[in-house]
Design a protein around this ligand. Structure first.
Ligand code: KIV
Length: 263
């Protein structure tokens, strides 16, 4: 049974922690589906992690659509969350709605967008149309230029602002809110204040769920990665070693061997 917004509400009510991972292609999505991952975010982190951009800012709707469709084709049980890229929802709630609908048409079950009170109208418009919306607060990468770099958000007075943003997103219809790179105490405060689940990334252990970028989790991203990342594999070494062993086998005449011949 595909994961729905009701599952997330039930997990929060029962205090069951859950995870979300980013995914950008069908093959990985299928592996994560088979591993039981309940939520796949086709994040605009595709910019840095797949498309070779220096940040998430250049990602276009067309790129987001292609990768969201690929992930949706690869996975059938997880909730697929499509991420609205920078510039696709800020101009007006109407434009936000149009672009959210495009993501849904290629297979997203929900969409995510960044920002608090400034995004509340867009959230309301999209969720009123029957599309579940996930909010995103804290160190929202699409605002990196305004933040002056990747810095922890929500310290001191900013914490009250962030809490007000989270409550506004919930009020506007968000079914969950991602909290990125904020102090753990603030993560706890927001999680306790909201009826909907929080999903943390660098937001401490008290959030209802945790999200990681798949390339960080797998150890594909080169150093330095943010402090909050935990690598659960070392695919950089695995891939490099496999490529070197292939080259060695070819140069030494061990590959292809008779068993690799087509009959
Ligand atoms: O795009 C992304 O990967 C994200 C996560 C960091 C939450 O927004």
């Amino acid at each position: 049974m595909p994961v729905t917004v009701h599952d997330l509400a039930a997990w929060k009510a029962r205090g069951e922690r859950f995870i979300m991972l980013t995914a950008y292609d069908a093959l990985t999505a299928r592996v994560l589906d088979e591993a039981g991952v309940p939520l796949l975010l086709v994040g605009d982190s595709m910019g840095n992690n797949v498309l070779g951009y220096p940040s998430t800012l250049p990602v276009t709707m067309e790129e987001a659509l292609v990768l969201t469709a690929a992930v949706a084709r690869g996975a059938s049980n997880p909730m697929i969350v499509g991420d609205l890229p920078f510039g696709s929802y800020q101009a007006s709630p109407e434009e936000a709605m149009r672009n959210a609908a495009r993501l849904v048409k290629v297979g997203a079950n929900a969409i995510k967008l960044e920002g608090g009170r400034r995004s509340a109208e867009a959230v309301r418009r999209i969720s009123d149309a029957g599309v579940p919306v996930m909010g995103h607060l804290g160190l929202t990468p699409q605002s990196v230029n305004a933040f002056g770099g990747f810095r922890v958000q929500g310290r001191g007075q900013q914490g009250d602002e962030l809490l007000a943003d989270a409550l506004a997103l919930q009020e506007a219809g968000c079914f969950a809110v991602v909290l990125e790179a904020i102090p753990a105490e603030l993560g706890q405060r927001v999680t306790q204040a909201l009826d909907v689940p929080t999903i943390g990334i660098g937001a401490g252990p008290h959030c209802d769920g945790q999200v990681l970028v798949i390339t960080d989790l797998l150890g594909l991203t080169p150093d330095p990665t943010p402090r909050f990342v935990k690598r659960y594999a070392d695919l950089r070494s695995t891939i490099a070693e496999a490529a070197q062993r292939f080259a060695k086998d070819v140069s030494e005449g061990h590959y292809p061997a008779p068993e690799h011949e087509y009959h």
